[in-house]
Design a protein. Structure first.
Length: 69
């Protein structure tokens, strides 16, 4: 993907902000959102594991787990 990002710099020449073409920004948002959903699923999974270990939740069988997918 070609990048047409423009940077704003402070008086020292350090980058302080970026201007990104809207098409590229939308693709970045899509990418971020898909990984955010994966992260949320992983967090839920760890929460379930803690609940199972503490006896607060009954573990699912592998068939039930696969049926839920």
């Amino acid at each position: 993907m070609e990048s047409n990002v423009q940077y704003l710099m402070d008086e020292k020449g350090d980058r302080t902000a970026a201007l990104v073409p809207i098409e590229q920004w939308e693709k970045l948002l899509e990418f971020y959102e898909s990984y955010s959903e994966i992260g949320d699923s992983i967090k839920r999974g760890f929460k379930d594991v803690r609940a199972i270990k503490s006896g607060q939740q009954i573990p699912k069988s592998i068939s039930t787990f696969l049926d839920d997918l």
